[in-house]
Design a protein around this ligand. Structure first.
Ligand code: UDP
Length: 405
């Protein structure tokens, strides 16, 4: 069920609601549209699923469209995604052709007569070349693209120069060689979504039974798409060190996003690496997509890990903090925007496998840390990373862009 703005009163207070209504009022009669390339899996979907209904409820007509693409298109855009995060890319005219053609096809089926168009990530970037531009266009990039493949970045810039604004998640992602206005807006979570809402013990127990997650030992958990940048194999290395000292389990939960053709390969590699531990029941691999399951795992995990090698922001970290669980995560990308080391979780360099393990052992042994994080984690999220704040940020930006157009 989609939520209305007034459902959030008890969490954020009336002043925040007033700020949303006040800024939405200025957009009365205007419409905006978000365009991304998947309706399923990953942080972008998570954010839009919450943001779009709330903006509509506030009175701003907001649509959400998906770019369709062939498997070939998604193979190429996944390579672009990797190259934006620093992988080398073999850039060919054929790749460009397939990339651009999927965008041209979309334009043949979709009229965009909205007052503002917001494009998410690289897949729908070329769309701007297939419309008569009559409104502000915004590119919202969700990944850490501080060190992109140069050839790809130069190519993307040819599209970006036509945009009115770019939204990034971190100051470190700002591009000096891009003259377009760049705004920092942090992502956010919806505290009332099935993934984050409060759950009764009865539902928690029922869900754990349904998915056969045993609770006789503490478990460590990482919730992430099976993606090399989330380093699921590194998580297994950490777990094996912890397991030598403390009897526990590891739960790796990851459903695939429809725009990620590499996830199967990563999943198979993880399954192979963990095969012995899967047999003994020490590692559970869950590939189901169930928001209540994610919610339950995050609430019941003794420690939540996010051992990413790149992370634009990391909503799984926000979700873990919101649930007041100890989060041990990589000190990279958007994660240090959320975790203050030792205060509301722990930050560790991704390559420091031993330190990851030692920190988890420390948490499992010292209950006082878990008690502390149960207070400091939710406080951080409430202050900075709830969907109502994201609504306000979008409304401010759109109002600003329309006032200049
Ligand atoms: N997620 C999920 N099921 C999974 C794996 C991930 O629902 O099996 C969700 C996760 O809870 C979070 C989002 O997908 O809301 C991932 O966002 P994040 O910013 O952490 O990473 P991304 O996938 O966008 O790189």
């Amino acid at each position: 069920m989609a939520h209305r703005i007034d459902h959030y009163t008890s969490i954020v207070g009336e002043d925040v609601l007033y700020e949303i209504y006040k800024n939405a009022r200025l957009l009365c009669g205007k419409s905006i549209v978000h365009i991304n390339s998947t309706y399923y899996g990953g942080g972008v979907v998570e954010i839009l699923s919450a943001l779009v209904p709330l903006l509509n409820d506030a009175g701003v007509e907001t649509g959400w469209r998906h770019l369709r693409g062939s498997p070939e298109f998604f193979t190429i855009t996944k390579k672009f995604h990797n190259a934006l995060q620093g992988d080398p890319l073999h850039f060919t005219d054929m790749k460009k052709k397939i990339y651009v053609e999927a965008n041209e096809d979309f334009s043949l089926y979709n009229h965009l007569d909205h007052n503002c168009v917001i494009i998410h990530d690289p897949q729908p970037l070329p769309l701007i070349n297939f419309y008569k531009k009559q409104q502000p266009w915004v590119w919202r990039v969700h990944v850490d693209f501080s060190h992109p493949d140069k050839e790809l970045w130069d190519y993307f810039r040819t599209y970006l120069l036509r945009f009115d604004a770019v939204i990034i998640s971190h100051e470190a992602y700002r591009k000096e060689d891009l003259p377009v206005d760049q705004h920092i807006i942090h992502p956010a979570i919806d505290p009332l979504s099935p993934k984050n809402m409060e759950l009764s013990e009865k539902i928690i127990d029922k869900t754990l039974k349904k998915y056969r997650v045993p609770t006789d030992k503490p478990f460590i958990c990482q919730i992430s798409r099976f993606d090399k940048w989330k380093d699921p194999e590194g998580v297994i290395d950490v777990f094996r060190i912890v397991k030598e000292k403390i009897d526990c389990r590891l739960v790796l939960c990851g459903s695939a996003a429809t725009d990620d053709p590499e996830s199967n390969m990563t999943y198979e590699r993880v399954k192979k690496k963990a095969s012995q531990d899967i047999k003994t029941g020490d590692i559970l691999l869950l590939t189901l997509s169930d928001n209540i399951l994610v919610n339950v795992l995050q609430r019941k995990a003794a420690v939540i890990m996010q051992k990413s090698l790149r992370e634009g922001f990391g909503l799984t970290v926000t979700e873990g903090l919101w649930k007041g669980r100890p989060v041990v995560a990589s000190n990279i990308g958007g994660i240090p925007l959320q975790i203050e080391d030792g205060e509301n979780g722990f930050l560790i360099q991704p390559q420091e496998t031993e330190r990851f393990a030692d920190t988890i052992i420390h948490i499992l042994k010292d209950k006082r840390l878990t008690e502390k994080f149960a207070v400091t984690g939710p406080t951080t999220v409430k202050k900075k990373f709830l969907i109502t704040r994201l609504c306000i940020d979008y409304l401010h930006l759109i109002n600003d862009l329309l006032s200049k157009y």
